[in-house]
Design a protein around this ligand. Structure first.
Ligand SMILES: NC(=O)c1ccc[n+]([C@@H]2O[C@H](COP(=O)([O-])OP(=O)(O)OC[C@H]3O[C@@H](n4cnc5c(N)ncnc54)[C@H](O)[C@@H]3O)[C@@H](O)[C@H]2O)c1
Ligand SMILES: [Zn+2]
Length: 343
């Protein structure tokens, strides 16, 4: 087991990579603990919830909203949760985002931690202290920055994941290598098969590297004023594609990353050869690299992105493989650029 620390504004967060879920009790305080999970997770791992009061939500992004939050507040009232209650979000990114938001707001804030059960949430979603829900069709529009006390990442939980969810997680792992670590990129190229078959040591290494990269960035810029924007590489276009097609987050980000790599090339940053290398890595993890959508549909959707700053957008570029930078691009200019790279 390896531990990484995130230093939040208000509190520290311990990320426990390779810790067994059987050891969860070691990280919980004495007193009442309420687990929040979804129907799929509790159906797969019922015994892990023995001894906890458990609130079960429905899976799926459609349920990541205020109604679900309200129903959880209601259940917490029924369970007589008070300021001393500890909340454990047990699930993928969706459960962790909602549980973190509920815990941060119920009675002005309860202590909370996560057991992260998808690859995407272990390498990204559950780490970094962003939590929240969607509102009026806008993703993660309502939320807080608040760090969980711990994030337990047990690779054994990943063995029950549908293949599609595994691939989605690799989208974010590849992103971390592209923005911050060319050594990790070579590792992914060399260990593709072991990685895709969830070889425990390879997965633990990749989860650790991802969390290491993400936590270093979050430690510099918890509330996303600068450096943290780099984590949005592939996401400006990826989010638009995700909303329009319903492809998984990782699949959409994969396409977004290829497009962002091409844009970086157009701006004279990475070479065409580097674009091809990034693209073949993404492809080798069975992730899509192109979309059937027209550039105008994607452009119109992305102008709704909440990360827009008046008529400019913070766009993450690759300086080279393993090194990203953020530029503020005018929307008109971005439209022209998209038109050029869309082929
Ligand atoms: N807070 C952040 O920084 C951040 C970053 C990235 C993504 N996110 C959010 O994370 C969410 C996506 O997370 P996700 O991909 O983990 O999706 P998810 O939580 O919806 O999980 C995907 C599916 O896998 C199931 N599942 C969970 N654990 C399982 C297991 N061990 N075995 C089998 N099935 C399991 C779930 O029930 C669900 O059906 C989105 O809402 C996104 O906005 C947040
Ligand atoms: Zn993401």
């Amino acid at each position: 087991m390896k531990e990484l620390i995130i230093e939040g504004r208000n509190s520290q967060s311990r990320i426990l990579v390779g810790e067994k879920v059987a050891n969860l009790g070691n990280y919980l305080p004495a007193g009442k603990v309420v687990a929040i999970t979804d129907e799929n997770v509790i159906a797969l791992y019922p015994s892990l919830f023995n001894g906890f009061e458990t609130i079960i939500i429905q899976p799926g992004e459609d349920h990541k909203n205020g109604l679900t939050v309200e129903s959880i507040y209601n259940d917490l009232l029924i369970l007589e949760a008070d300021r001393s209650t500890f909340v454990v979000g047990f699930g993928g990114g969706l459960v962790c985002d909602i549980a973190g938001y509920v815990a941060s707001t119920y009675m002005r804030g309860l202590r909370f931690g996560f057991v992260s059960s998808t690859l995407l949430s272990q390498v990204d979603a559950s780490v970094g202290g962003k939590n929240g829900v969607n509102f009026q069709g806008f993703k993660n529009m309502i939320g807080t920055f608040n760090q969980p006390e711990f994030v337990l990442c047990d690779p054994a939980l990943l063995n029950t994941l549908p293949e599609k969810e595994v691939r989605s997680g690799f989208g974010e792992i590849i992103k971390h290598s592209l923005i911050a670590d060319s050594g990790m990129l070579s590792f992914l190229e060399k260990n593709r098969e072991k990685a895709l078959s969830l070889h425990p040591e390879v997965i633990e290494y990749l989860v650790f590297k991802s969390v290491e990269i993400k936590s270093a960035i979050v430690n510099l810029d918890e509330t996303e004023k600068g450096e943290r924007r780099k984590l949005n590489f592939g996401h400006t276009l990826g989010h638009a594609i995700e909303s329009l097609t319903g492809q998984t987050h990782g699949e959409s980000v994969a396409i977004g990353m290829v497009l962002a790599a091409r844009i970086s090339n157009l701006y004279g940053l990475i070479s065409s050869e580097e674009v091809r290398r990034a693209e073949s890595l993404i492809e080798s993890f069975d992730l899509p690299t192109t979309t059937k959508l027209g550039f105008d549909a994607v452009f119109n959707q992305l102008t709704k992105d909440k990360k827009r700053d008046n008529n400019n957008i913070h766009f993450v570029m690759l300086e080279n493989l393993g090194n990203a930078s953020v530029r503020s691009i005018n929307l008109k200019e971005l439209r022209t650029v998209l038109e050029k790279i869309w082929k």
